[in-house]
Design a binder for this molecule. Structure first.
Ligand SMILES: Cc1cc2nc3c(=O)[nH]c(=O)nc-3n(C[C@H](O)[C@H](O)[C@H](O)COP(=O)(O)OP(=O)(O)OC[C@H]3O[C@@H](n4cnc5c(N)ncnc54)[C@H](O)[C@@H]3O)c2cc1C
Length: 378
């Protein structure tokens, strides 16, 4: 019998929900608490590459997920005017009958994951967080923010960049850092030619178009914002257009259609990376709580999803009945640390090279290397 029979997951984002699904599928009792009392996510999309499609198959959600997503094969890299510099063929890691990559709206992904977690019997409570964690070596006594208590074999902090669990366990050792760049996003009707992930490189930042559905795509742009300025919500569309001036072709055409301030999603890039191990006793961090990085390689959520699945595998490994929780978490770390470190550092490096206008930097080579490394078994 597994040493871990009941788990508290703190945070109902992508990582927490995938952990809930993976653990419930292995028969482990799951309580999941989410700070937001309305369980929604913001309305732009996300790129999920072939390693994520493979993990969605392992989670047993692939069909519903693909129904809600836009499947595509290739990743192309273009110059600022649209001239193709490289086209990287997709890898069908979930099996030949499944697509290599997908784009999916965050709302659609949340719906698939939250409905599956609930169907599998995860006990979800909204508008709730943890106040204190007391690990006595055999279980964790949890004081919730509503004054109630619970006892768990393991607590998983999947509460994102500003993780409360991280601060309860690691104090102020880790604080998110602004990298100097921000991301801008805007939804459009899908252009017919955007049937793949299209990255456009310019001297000042990178833009991209991601198909999300038959009739939907989003445009993203990275920009250098050294002083991390406050952006007036009433001026966001003009600010985004201004930062897209270096692009012509399709991006240039779309730029002029960015007129609705309320549809611009602006986000400064903040990162944090917790040194190994990501656990103290029976409290573990996964996802952005442990390794939030920049979106340059489109793998942040991918790493959170992989964390969730590897955790469920290690807690229910065939020798788990005779190994301690500490040993199980060490095995988890052995499979996760270097992989997440590589993604975190490579993503930050890509952003640093953009800010330095380093034209010698081989971004195409980095993308190819990342795709090869993430295709490896975990
Ligand atoms: C601009 C941008 C673009 C990105 N694009 C991509 C992409 O294309 N592909 C990709 O793979 N990744 C992408 N990422 C990264 C990806 O969004 C994150 O890595 C991913 O969301 C991490 O999931 P998570 O569950 O660990 O954290 P989160 O998604 O942040 O979820 C944390 C959850 O915990 C809740 N929470 C917070 N505090 C508490 C608390 N105290 N108590 C209880 N609950 C709490 C939050 O409300 C939230 O629901 C992007 C990130 C950014 C910023």
């Amino acid at each position: 019998m597994s040493a871990v029979n009941n788990v508290l997951i703190v945070g109902g984002g992508i990582g927490g929900l995938c952990a809930a699904i993976a653990l419930r599928r292995k028969g482990i009792e799951v309580d999941l608490i989410e700070l937001k009392s309305e369980w929604t996510v913001y309305g732009v999309g996300i790129i999920q590459q072939s390693n994520v499609v493979r993990e969605m198959a392992k989670l047993g959600v692939l069909d519903g997920y693909l129904d809600a997503a836009y499947a595509f094969e290739d990743v192309a890299i273009y110059g600022p005017g649209g001239q193709q510099l490289a086209r990287i063929p997709g890898q069908r890691l979930a099996g030949p009958q499944y697509p290599a990559n997908v784009g999916i709206s965050r709302l659609a992904l949340h719906k698939v994951l939250s409905e599956t977690a609930l169907q599998l019997g995860a006990n979800v409570r909204l508008g709730l967080s943890v106040e204190a964690l007391d690990d006595n070596g055999t279980e964790v006594d949890v004081l919730f923010t509503d004054g109630n208590r619970g006892h768990y074999d393991l607590v998983v902090g999947a509460d994102g960049l500003f993780s409360k669990v991280r601060s309860l366990v690691f104090g102020d050792a880790y604080t998110p850092r602004f990298t100097g760049q921000s991301v801008w996003r805007y939804n459009f009707p899908r252009a017919p030619q955007i049937d793949h992930l299209a990255n456009y490189q310019s001297a000042d930042g990178n833009a991209g178009l991601v198909p999300l559905a038959g009739n939907l795509m989003y445009l993203f742009l990275t920009s250098h914002e050294p002083s991390n300025p406050w952006m007036d919500p009433a001026d966001l569309a003009a600010q985004m257009r201004q930062r897209l001036q270096g692009f012509t072709g399709l991006i240039g055409e779309l730029r002029e259609q960015i007129t609705d301030n309320s549809q611009v999603v602006y986000k400064p890039m903040e990162v944090v990376f917790v040194d190994e191990p990501w656990h103290r006793g029976r409290v573990l961090l996964i996802g952005d709580a442990a390794h939030a990085t920049t979106p340059h390689l489109g793998q942040g959520a991918g790493m959170a999803i992989e964390d969730a699945i590897v955790l469920s595998e290690e807690l229910t490994h065939e020798q788990s009945a005779t190994t301690s929780v500490e040993q199980q978490l060490q095995r988890f770390m052995a499979r996760r640390f270097e992989r997440c470190k590589y993604i975190s550092e490579s993503s930050v490096l890509a952003g640093d090279k953009e800010m330095q206008h380093d034209r010698a930097f081989d971004r195409i080579g980095l993308v190819k290397q990342m795709l090869a490394r993430t295709a490896e078994p975990i």
